[in-house]
Design a protein around this ligand. Structure first.
Ligand code: C2G
Length: 444
């Protein structure tokens, strides 16, 4: 008897799951399906899972293809299962190509072509929609977004748009999407939400076009480069009753969110100083170094360093000063200081100068120390005069972190809520950050 095994979350059971199980069953005589336990999904960084384990097992059962259903509870279980059940074939969707080659040592591995254009199946009767999303742009960040999207349940990356048809086609082929287009009208008619990952200067037009077509928008930071445009796009989104979210991953990551709530709760006293630094030495031929494409350290990195300053000290600063170092028309390093009534915010950003990338929040009772990369908050310490009181905090920050912003985006669409929870990223904070970048661009 030929035994086949496959694994999955099988949340919001759809035609892609059904086809996968059918094809896996066709590979042999006996199909074992491993359904992920809630804790395991949390551990592997899968977000936004709607259905309970029992409900997901029920879907798999109802499909009629599984001869045996088991629960996947821990990393490394696959090898144990293969040995325990004497499995001949390990089958999984082609979105995981290469990822499970390590089990080739124990059985045959078959990647089955994933289903395009997923729809819900008759097996599922609850109303949760799956957000069909299109990507605008095919650059580095768009490429990083695709693997991250697999870890957010309830979203399906359907197609890609690029005015250069060849680039769109290449991206579509590489990522096995449903379609590609260089025609915006065609692109927008096939999706309900868009992720804008194109160069800075194209954001405004794309946002307006998407909102006009009724698409929810997740836009890379900086969303736009002027305060008036920021207000305009947010107002338009509100008028259209659509979600518009600026993609600043740090703001939505669990460790950073907890850091902000802890600091706001007063554990280190009243905050008098927030000092954030983020430098990233890059090769000089990219868009980031092109003054004609709004390149520079501030446009590239200021959104990150201003986030903790505004979250903690607020957006009502009295004065801002910049100390940039300009080379070939762009700031390769900038130090900035924001003066407040009762404190200071300061930052350093650099694409051509390296500095320690930490975040220090100083209060009247103690301080928070968050080492680099604090923008992917995994660890921080609260430190006090009496070192016995010091505390260390550890968090998970999975993958690239893009899954956290996508998770928030999908959550807001499906729950029809347009405003952030108190500690997440507020529109007024996003606008204040953009205003600082605009002030900087005006003086340089
Ligand atoms: N799938 C598919 N077509 C789709 C969507 C999913 O063929 N349009 C496949 C996936 O490749 C996977 C199975 O359906 O083989 C279950 O998908 P998910 O429920 O998303 O589970 P996943 O996160 O892929 O879990 O240990 C768990 C496994 O690593 C995979």
């Amino acid at each position: 008897m030929k035994k086949v095994i496959t694994y999955g979350t099988f949340d919001l059971f759809h035609a892609g799951h059904y086809n996968l199980l059918r094809r896996a069953k066709e590979l042999g005589d006996w199909l074992i399906v491993g359904v992920t336990a809630e804790r395991f999904d949390r551990e592997r960084g899968k977000l936004n899972v709607h259905n309970s384990l029992i409900q997901r097992i029920e879907y798999v059962k109802q499909s009629g293809f599984a001869d045996e259903i088991i629960v996947e509870e821990f990393e490394g279980q696959k090898i144990e299962d293969i040995l325990k059940y004497n499995v001949d074939i390990f089958a999984i969707g082609s979105d995981w190509v290469g990822k499970f080659d390590y089990v080739k040592e124990y059985c045959q591995v078959i990647y089955l072509e994933r289903t395009k254009g997923i729809s819900s199946t008759q097996l599922r009767n609850e109303k949760h929609q799956i957000v069909e999303l299109g990507i605008i742009g095919t650059g580095r960040i768009a490429n990083r977004f695709i693997p991250e999207s697999k870890y957010v349940s309830g979203v399906y990356v359907k197609g890609v748009f690029n005015p250069h048809r060849d680039s769109a086609k290449k991206f579509y082929e590489k990522n096995e999407l449903d379609f590609y287009s260089s025609d915006f009208e065609e692109f927008s008619s096939k999706i309900s939400a868009a992720y804008i990952a194109s160069p800075h200067l194209s954001h405004y037009n794309y946002i307006m076009q998407c909102l006009e077509c009724g698409l929810h928008v997740l836009c890379e930071k900086p969303m736009v480069l002027s305060k008036s445009q920021a207000i305009e796009v947010y107002n338009f989104a509100k008028k259209q009753n659509l979600v518009l979210l600026e993609a600043l991953k740090t703001a939505y990551s669990p460790g950073f969110v907890h850091l902000i709530s802890l600091v706001k709760s007063g554990v280190i006293g009243e905050i008098r100083d927030v000092d954030a630094s983020f430098t990233q030495i890059k090769d000089g031929n990219t868009r980031e170094f092109d003054p004609k494409q709004a390149g520079g350290s501030m446009t590239e990195l200021a959104s990150y360093v201003l986030l903790p300053i505004f979250k903690i000290l607020g957006i009502d600063y009295k004065k801002v000063q910049f100390f940039p170092f300009i080379k070939n028309g762009i700031d390769i390093f900038t130090r900035g200081i924001l003066e407040y009534e009762n404190g200071n915010g300061s930052f350093k950003v650099g694409l051509g100068v390296k500095a320690e990338g930490d975040l220090i929040i100083s209060g009247t009772k103690g301080y928070a120390y968050i080492p680099a990369p604090w923008w992917k908050t995994e660890y921080f310490e609260l430190r006090f005069e009496d070192a016995n009181q010091n505390r260390k905090y550890f968090y998970k920050f999975d993958g690239d972190g893009l899954r956290y912003e996508l998770n928030e985006f999908v959550h807001r669409i499906t729950t029809n809520s347009s405003d952030s929870a108190e500690y997440l990223f507020k529109k007024c904070e996003s606008i204040a950050i953009i205003e600082i970048i605009e002030k900087f661009l005006l003086i340089t």
